[in-house]
Design a protein around this ligand. Structure first.
Ligand code: PGA
Length: 317
């Protein structure tokens, strides 16, 4: 018989016998009969081809080989215990991998939400991918991640969503711009001759603004494309033009630009968690959604939405 026939039970029995220094006490502790323990010990000894215990001065002692087996079986059983605990943690979602892919606007909020999540669940390995809407849709299509964050989820009949945070789009202008002197609400017509910095094609923010313009019959004829929120923010701060941008981009640095009060703004938007209907939501992803449900209000009191309990197709919202 090969060594590979050794069972975990035999190792447990051997551990107990050595720890107790007695077959009968080990049997008692393991709720086994003394002959069963003796048989297991003998089997183990036969499988390894060596004596494992000996009696000196009437005392049960491990032989040198027994001592080696004692150390090895302690390691093996501890690793097995770790494995059992690890599997339990994965199943309840407090351990495992969580991959999120989020649109660039959400990059101003989601890392902060992940910070606390990471501290609460240190055994969860997090990865975060950021891209514009088009890029994140591509990741969604190949199901590269567990959860996605969009303002406008993909036009896929199988997408399931949960709204969770407000994402208002506001008009910003350089600090010293003439229109910023008037405190009252402005009509967009008054701004339509201004130069606007627009997001690249594929951007959800850019798309929402374009939709707003066409719904309201406005045409901009002086525009410049800048392919990031940060580029747009810095461009406006350095007086390159105006822009429509997620309020989250300017939240912590409102002194660099001016948020204008414009009729029809902010464009009310919200971010959704999204996933594909057919894919199983991993236990960690479930724990993350529960974490948001519980902590969003205190982390983002001005923007948190009450997260529904049921994932819903986007088209029905
Ligand atoms: P994006 O983000 O402009 O980077 O594509 C869009 C969104 O908020 O959905």
């Amino acid at each position: 018989m090969a060594k590979s026939h050794i069972t975990f039970r035999q190792l447990e029995v051997f551990q107990e016998v050595i720890r107790e220094g007695s077959v009968s006490r080990a049997a008692e502790r393991l709720y086994l009969t003394q002959p069963t323990v003796s048989i297991q010990l003998r089997k183990l000894s036969t499988l390894l081809g060596v004596e494992l215990i000996e009696y000196r001065n009437n005392q049960l002692q491990p032989t040198d080989e027994g001592l080696m087996l004692f150390a090895a079986s302690a390691d093996i059983l501890a690793r097995l215990k770790e494995l059992e605990n690890g599997i339990d943690q994965i199943q309840i979602g407090s351990r495992g991998r969580l991959s999120l892919a989020i649109v660039t606007t959400a990059n101003y909020v989601v890392p902060k939400l992940l910070g606390m999540f990471g501290r609460m669940y240190p055994e969860v390995e997090l990865s975060l991918f950021t891209g514009n809407r088009q890029e994140i849709i591509q990741r969604y299509m190949r199901q590269a991640d567990d959860l996605y964050v969009f303002s406008q989820p993909p036009a896929d009949p199988d997408v399931l969503t949960l709204p969770f945070l407000k994402n208002p789009l506001v008009v910003i202008a350089p600090k010293n711009h003439l229109v910023t002197e008037k405190r009252s609400q402005t009509n967009f017509e008054k701004l339509s001759q201004e130069r606007f910095l627009l997001r690249e094609s594929g951007s959800g923010t850019g798309g929402s603004f374009q939709n707003w313009l066409s719904r309201n019959d406005h045409l901009l004829n002086n525009t410049l494309t800048v392919a990031s929120n940060e580029g747009i923010f810095l461009g406006v701060a350095s007086e390159m033009g105006m822009a429509v941008i997620s309020e989250h981009v300017i939240r912590s640095r409102k002194e660099s630009v001016v948020e204008l009060e414009v009729k029809g703004f902010p464009i009310e938007g919200q971010w959704y968690l999204a996933r594909k209907r057919q894919t199983r939501l991993s236990p960690v992803a479930k724990v993350f959604v529960e974490y948001l449900r519980e902590h969003l209000e205190s982390l983002e009191p001005d923007y948190a939405l009450e997260i529904p309990h049921k994932w819903a197709p986007y088209s029905l919202l």
